[in-house]
Structure formats: C-alpha cells, structure tokens
Design a binder for this molecule. Structure first.
Ligand SMILES: Cc1cc2nc3c(=O)[nH]c(=O)nc-3n(C[C@H](O)[C@H](O)[C@H](O)COP(=O)(O)OP(=O)(O)OC[C@H]3O[C@@H](n4cnc5c(N)ncnc54)[C@H](O)[C@@H]3O)c2cc1C
Length: 450
C-alpha cells in the first residue's frame, strides 16, 4: 500500500546542478521542496566544473552525432536509451539555462571524443560557477523551495513519508590524487545502499589526464580539456609530443601515466580566454606564457552510482537519484567530456518530475557510521589507472565501505574496458559487456541494460 506523502512533498539531498535542477522542476510543477546540502554551493563539483556542457546546437551538428560520439566513448557499455534521451534533450536544457540567466560565451568548443564543436561554456573555463550561481539564485528566490546548507545527511530514516531525491555527487575525492572538492566522497551511494538500493559500475572511475602535478596546495588543480581543444600540447621529458591530445581521456591518461615528467604546453594558445585558470597557475608559481606546466592524471569522475531508470527511480520506491551519484548507464565505460553537467540537467529535471507523482519513501534504514578516514593512498595504489587482482584483493580490507565495494566490483570485471584497466586482463572481453550491479549483502551481478 502507498504511504501517504507528507510536507514537504519532495526532499532533495544535494545542491549541485542535479539537485537544483530536480528542485526547480518539482517546484515549478507545484510541489514544495526542501534542499539539504552539507556545504555551501561553492564547494560542489558543479561549481568547480570548467569546460562546459555538451549539446548539439551548432549548425553542422545533430543529436544523432552526439549519440554516436557518446556511444563510441562508452566502449559498448552505454545504455542507448539513456544516451538518446540525453542528446535529444540537451538543446532544450541549454535554452532553459539561458532563460534563467546563464550568459554563455559566443561560440562552441571542440573537446576530446566529440566529432563536432558542441560544448557551450560561460566565462571561459568558469562554466560550473556560472551555472551553479544562477541555479542557486533561482532556487533561493523560488516561493516553494527552501534551501538548508550545512546539513550533512547520514541517515534517510527522518525522510520516510516524503519523496527523496539523492543528488549528492560522486566519490572521486576518495582517491588521494583527485581533481574533486573534498566533499565528493559518495555518501549518497552509501545512504541509498543502506536503504536497500542497488549500486552499479562502481569500478568505473575516470581519471583526468591533466591535473597540475605540484605537490603543494594546488596539486590536482584541473587543467581543462578545453585547453587541449584550443591547441595545448602534451610534451614528454624530452619536449616531444607523444599522444593525440584529443583522444578519449583513458587513452591520454594512460599515455601520461606510462612516462614521467609530462608537461602541458600552453604557450601557443589564446590564454586570455581562460583568465581563472591562468590566474590559478600564476598563484601556484608558474608562468604559462613561458614554460610548459607539469601535469599527471588524477581521479576525476565517478561513473558508478545508484542504479536508476530514465526517470531517476532507484530500486527503492520513493527514492530517486540524479547526477553524478546516479548510474543511468549514460556514460558507459568512459564518460565523454562535458556530458556530466548535461546529465545533471536532463536527469535531475526528470527525477524531480517523477518524484512529484511517485510513492513516499518508506524503507527502514540504518544510519551511516563513517568514522574511518577514506583510504586515499590505498585507493590510488590499488584501484588507480592500472589495476590487478593482487592489489584489488588488498583493498577488500579497506576500512571504508565504499572502497571495499569498488574493490569487489573491480575484481569482478576481469577485463579492461574504458576507464577500467586490469594489467592481468588487458583486453576487453564480450563476456563482461554489462554493468556490475551490487545489491546489499550480495556479490556483484552482471546485468545488460538497453
Ligand atoms: C574540477 C572539475 C571540473 C569539471 N568540469 C566539467 C565540465 O567542464 N563539464 C562537465 O560536464 N562536467 C565537469 N565536471 C564534472 C561535473 O562537475 C560533475 O559531474 C557534476 O557537477 C556533478 O553534479 P552533481 O549535482 O551530481 O553533484 P555536486 O555538484 O558534486 O553536488 C553534490 C551536492 O551534494 C551535497 N552532499 C553530498 N553529500 C551530502 C550529504 N551526506 N548530506 C547533505 N549533502 C550532501 C554537496 O554538499 C553538494 O551540494 C567537472 C568536475 C570537476 C571536479
């Protein structure tokens, strides 16, 4: 029997682009919405996003080409129905952001893996900040949305009786070397799992090829893909180019990891287009006009997450998920650049709308007890760019529950595909062309999604 819904109608946990898209969609449709976030919106991954949002809005482009590029990057693991929806709804989401007041720059950027220039950006490499600021303002002034920052949710029990949308972001900050703000530790995944929800693709974590290699406060600072799209080149320790800079991220990242001393040469590009990036490099002590910048890969994007359908429904009634914390299958085994903010916009909205009419969340669930510090170094060593059974087995003893689930899933995937590289199984194997789904207290089970 359906449990009666209580006020507010919808509770959204997370105030990044996914959570705010869900909140605005639900509130515009008449619902009252509470948004809870553990930190200020300036601490989210959304705020940190640099490059932009992919959408087939150029005169030579079409959503079918965006679909084809996304499927090619995803190495046989994309859920085609999710990709088609993503690409088809992208132009309307960009138009919506413009209506709300996001001032996109002129022109479109070309990024790795895209066959057309299709990435819209704002403020050069400040796209996330521009979008997050506008969405936060619109949500704050909405008469039916209440935002509470500074509330860290460690149990879903108090939310029984409302529809709950998890938009808590990814878990790449669990790795010691990361581009992510420190809050991206996957708490939403653990909350969902504690309520009985299935997780999937946990072994699929994308490493960005070009994060500042500095050893100091700015270590891990992202040097956006847009720079390579604009002509920046990668040089080895002899000053020679060694890889196609616009190849998919996993290819570029492993090429860099295979050598030491890689630098990104920004001397020939129009650096004025990226004022914030250049200012950060100068603050960190570099002179991008005169010298190539030391870079190496860092954990960047969590493809894995809470299993959802195309409306953001998890496997638990009344519980929804969207954005980086969700696993829609849209990214397959390798996310195409600038598809993730788009995922937040498209599936955040859909989750907010689905939550309006669905049942209330009613499952009993335990509180999270996250007393242990994340084993960042261990994850980097045993579940980094190059993995093996021996290292992953060591990770099964990690004190952090999500690190153990990553290890279990990465051990199960006895192949190399997209972002997941096993030196003991270095090629892709059709037998694994599916998603490893983890139900609470069960071993990962391979499922095929269409
Ligand atoms: C440096 C960087 C650059 C990027 N550049 C791009 C780009 O150019 N284009 C692109 O498409 N993608 C980019 N990405 C990826 C993209 O930014 C993210 O995938 C996306 O912003 C995720 O949005 P989200 O709303 O799902 O989560 P987030 O924006 O991470 O928001 C998560 C929210 O959940 C809250 N939260 C988390 N746990 C809890 C809890 N337990 N209780 C309460 N609140 C909680 C947080 O406080 C936050 O409000 C980039 C990422 C990084 C790190």
């Amino acid at each position: 029997m359906r449990q009666k819904r209580q006020q507010p109608d919808v509770t959204v946990i997370g105030a990044g682009v996914a959570g705010l898209s869900a909140a605005l969609a639900a509130a515009d449709a008449g619902s009252t919405v509470t948004v809870l976030a553990k930190a200020s919106h300036t601490a989210s991954n959304s705020y940190a996003a640099q490059g932009g949002v992919a959408a087939a809005v150029g005169p030579d482009d079409d959503p079918s080409l965006h679909v084809a590029d996304t499927l090619a990057a995803g190495r046989g693991l994309c859920r085609t129905s999710a990709v088609e929806l993503l690409a088809a709804e992208a132009p309307a989401r960009i138009a919506w952001l413009r209506e709300l007041g996001v001032a996109f720059d002129e022109g479109l950027s070309l990024e790795g893996g895209h066959s057309r220039a299709r990435v819209v950006h704002a403020g050069g490499a400040d796209t996330g900040r521009h979008i997050a600021d506008v969405l936060t303002r619109r949500a704050a002034e909405h008469p039916r949305i209440r935002i509470e920052e500074g509330t860290r949710v460690l149990s879903l029990e108090p939310f029984r009786g409302a529809a709950v949308v998890l938009a808590t972001g990814g878990y790449a900050a669990l790795w010691s070397r990361t581009t992510n703000p420190s809050g991206a530790t996957g708490e939403g995944l653990l909350l969902a799992h504690a309520a009985g929800a299935a997780l999937a693709d946990l072994e699929l974590v994308q490493f960005h090829p070009t994060a500042l290699r500095d050893g100091n406060a700015h270590d891990g600072f992202l040097l956006s893909e847009a720079l390579r799209g604009a002509g920046a080149t990668l040089l080895d320790s002899d000053g020679e180019r060694f890889v196609d800079e616009l190849a998919p991220r996993d290819v570029v990242a492993r090429a860099i990891a295979a050598r030491t001393g890689t630098r990104l040469d920004l001397r020939e590009i129009e650096r004025d287009r990226y004022p914030t990036l250049m200012a950060t490099l100068v603050r960190a002590g570099y002179a991008p006009a005169d010298e190539p910048i030391p870079v190496s890969p860092a954990a960047h994007y969590a493809i894995g997450g809470i299993v959802t359908d195309l409306e953001g429904r998890t496997t638990v009634p009344g519980l929804y998920a969207a954005g980086e914390c969700a696993a829609t299958g849209v990214h397959g085994a390798n996310r195409l650049a600038s598809n993730s903010l788009l995922e937040c916009l498209v599936f955040g909205r859909r989750a907010g709308l689905a939550a309006l009419d669905g049942p209330a969340f009613a499952n009993a669930c335990d509180d999270l007890s996250l007393t242990e510090k994340a084993p960042g170094e261990m994850l980097w060593r045993e579940a980094g760019l190059i993995r093996s059974a021996a290292g992953l087995r060591r990770l099964l003893d990690a004190p952090h529950p999500l690190a153990r689930l990553v290890a279990t899933s990465a051990l199960a995937r006895e192949e190399s595909r997209g972002v997941h590289f096993r030196e003991d199984f270095p090629i892709a194997d059709e037998a694994f062309a599916g998603h490893f789904v983890v139900q609470p207290d069960h071993e990962p089970e391979l499922q095929r999604w269409s």
